[in-house]
Design a protein around this ligand. Structure first.
Ligand code: AMP
Length: 564
């Protein structure tokens, strides 16, 4: 019930007094959405469910949600005893494994802030990020000590806890098991938490400028986890077995650790082994039903499956959540037609906790021909409940006609309202409270978005925009192409023209002329790249996306000569 109830009679707390100018509040509990609730739910309802981790040496470690909860509380007590208090940042530098999960929940439930460091970044960036967040201590995998040693002194961590296999940490550092050993879960007392207090920090993996800190709250993590359980979200449930390939050090691991604790699927962590064969072995032996990761991972998996399909029983695998960069139609089609596995594309950003839209098929599309379904699956989908979208072009807000392009703006309860320590980045937020994503999209009449490009990656040819994402995906649809990236190169007549950088599939001798003929049948003539360069590898960012800044640098001397 909304609005003023002027002169109305209301029975509130048993009183029948006439009240003038009162607002009527709902009589629901003011119940904070905090992560201790998620921990209690995991231990009360899913204590018997398994959490499995691929360990160094490739054997499996197994325990239950119940044992995880006990150990997370012991970690929480150990952190408190080490002086970590509300608002202090505790960093992790770890692969995906069960002790990292213990930190994911054990750190925020004491009011401290989990800061996941991206192990693929340069040590100088890690020094900057950990200092910017004022990380007091770090939990680090033994195998990553050589990386930590390159930046730890620049940060000055008060304590370094090492996740070891043999229980022996280097001098001046402490073994994780020894750190939590003195504490009993029974002694853990939950302190009251506020739902808007900080729970975690991830830095953007930005390809330009310094990384920016995104600060998640308890409330945003809890709401995002509920979103993950919805059919119109990711549709995760207790019946699933989830293997998150997406690293726990990137973008909140797509919110999957908290979603799992709230929803109770069996969890399978891949440890540091993200190659096609080891993942496939894990999918088959642990009967995984859902997995999630960036397209490069699934590309590698398809290559392995092409030669070893019969080695793995993938009948349980029903869904791959793919996001982080655009998913080519050819990939969606290959998984569906060859292996019966559904690809569901999600779009998100670190700033969105991170999922914003999911390409689920509507009832009408389920009735449509397969080819149409693939086209929609190759779009980025509709917003999760509680997320709102709009697009802004040069002429104001863009029409939802599936054609007009504009920069996507979003708002909702799990979307950043500011960056940590970066008042200079305030221009990423509109005055009326929306976040400017930097992605150029079209929106169709029911709200399906299609990412056309990052604003800085669009190719502007003769005043018209060419979507590098579309062009890349079309090129990657050729059976002899493993990877393709398109960048804009200055052109004397057209301002910019596309240059395609292509990696052939192993054993293929694909040439430029053949690829041009293939493209001529699929894209407008003026979209065909002016140059196609074959390379061994496309440089990637720390999270496996094409690193267009590096490509632009590599081809900075490139000049289109012709002035046709
Ligand atoms: P990050 O913060 O590292 O997750 O990067 C966010 C950016 O990744 C977005 O702004 C998009 O440009 C890109 N991205 C994420 N998901 C998709 C997707 N499904 N399709 C196309 N681009 C995507």
């Amino acid at each position: 019930m909304m609005g003023a109830l002027k002169g109305d009679v209301r029975t509130i707390n048993g009183s029948n007094d006439m009240q003038e100018d009162v607002f009527m509040d709902g009589l629901m509990m003011d119940f904070p959405l905090t992560l201790d609730l998620v921990l209690r739910r995991a231990e009360q309802h899913f204590h018997h469910k398994e959490i499995v981790t691929r360990m160094p040496g490739k054997g499996w470690h197994r325990y239950t949600y119940g044992e995880m909860a006990v150990r997370a509380k012991r970690l929480a007590l150990a952190l408190q005893s080490a002086g970590i208090k509300e608002g202090d940042c505790v960093a992790t530098l770890c692969w995906n494994h069960y002790r990292h999960l213990e930190a994911y929940i054990g750190v925020p439930v004491i009011g401290a802030v989990l800061h996941t460091l991206n192990l693929r970044l340069h040590p100088d960036d890690l020094a900057y990020i950990a200092s910017d967040a004022r990380d007091r201590m770090v939990i680090v995998d033994e195998s990553l000590l050589p990386l930590l040693n390159q930046f730890k002194d620049a940060v000055g961590f008060e304590k370094i806890i090492v996740v070891t296999e043999q229980g022996v940490a280097p001098d001046g550092m402490e073994d994780y098991e020894a750190f939590i050993a003195p504490f009993e879960a029974a002694d853990y007392v939950q302190i009251p938490l506020r739902e808007n207090m900080a729970a975690g920090i991830c830095y953007t993996s930005g390809t330009t400028g310094k990384p920016k800190g995104v600060v998640y709250s308890h409330r945003s993590n809890v709401l995002h986890s509920i979103g993950a359980g919805l059919e119109s979200g990711i549709g995760l449930s207790e019946r699933d077995t989830l293997l998150p390939v997406v690293p726990m050090f990137h973008a909140n691991s797509w919110g999957l650790p908290y979603a799992a604790l709230m929803l109770g699927p069996k969890l399978v962590f891949p440890g540091p082994y993200l190659d096609g064969e080891t993942l496939l072995d894990g999918f088959a032996s642990e009967r995984v039903t859902v997995s999630a990761g960036v397209p490069t991972v699934w590309n590698a998996l398809l290559a392995t499956l092409a030669v070893k399909k019969d080695d793995y029983d993938l009948r349980c695998l029903r869904k791959l959540i793919v996001g982080g960069s655009a998913v080519p139609v050819s990939m969606i089609q290959a998984f569906d037609e060859k292996y019966g596995i559904g690809v569901v594309q999600a779009w998100g950003m670190t700033e969105l906790s991170p999922v914003g839209t999911v390409s689920n098929l509507t009832s009408a599309l389920l009735e449509a021909p397969k080819a149409d379904q693939y086209l929609y699956r190759a779009m980025q989908g509709t917003p999760m409940p509680l997320v709102e979208i709009r697009a802004r072009g040069d002429a104001g807000l863009a029409a939802w006609d599936g054609e007009t392009m504009g920069e996507l703006e979003v708002r909702g309860p799990w979307i950043s309202s500011a960056y940590l320590n970066r008042p200079d980045a305030a221009d990423r937020f509109t005055e009326d409270g929306w976040f400017k994503t930097g992605d150029i999209v079209t929106i169709d009449p029911v709200g399906y978005i299609k990412i056309q490009d990052r604003s800085k990656d669009l190719v502007k040819s003769g005043g018209e925009w060419i979507s590098s994402v579309d062009l890349e995906n079309t090129i990657m649809g050729h059976e002899d192409v493993a990877e393709a990236a398109v960048i804009a190169v200055p052109h004397p007549k057209w301002d910019e023209r596309p240059l395609a950088v292509v990696v052939r599939r192993a054993g293929s001798s694909l040439d430029e002329a053949t690829l041009r003929c293939y493209l001529a049948e699929r894209v407008a003539k003026w979209w065909i790249p002016d140059a196609i360069v074959f390379v061994e590898e496309i440089p990637k960012t720390s999270v496996g996306k094409f690193k267009k800044t590096a490509l632009r640098e590599q081809f900075s001397e490139y000049q289109f000569q012709q002035s046709n």
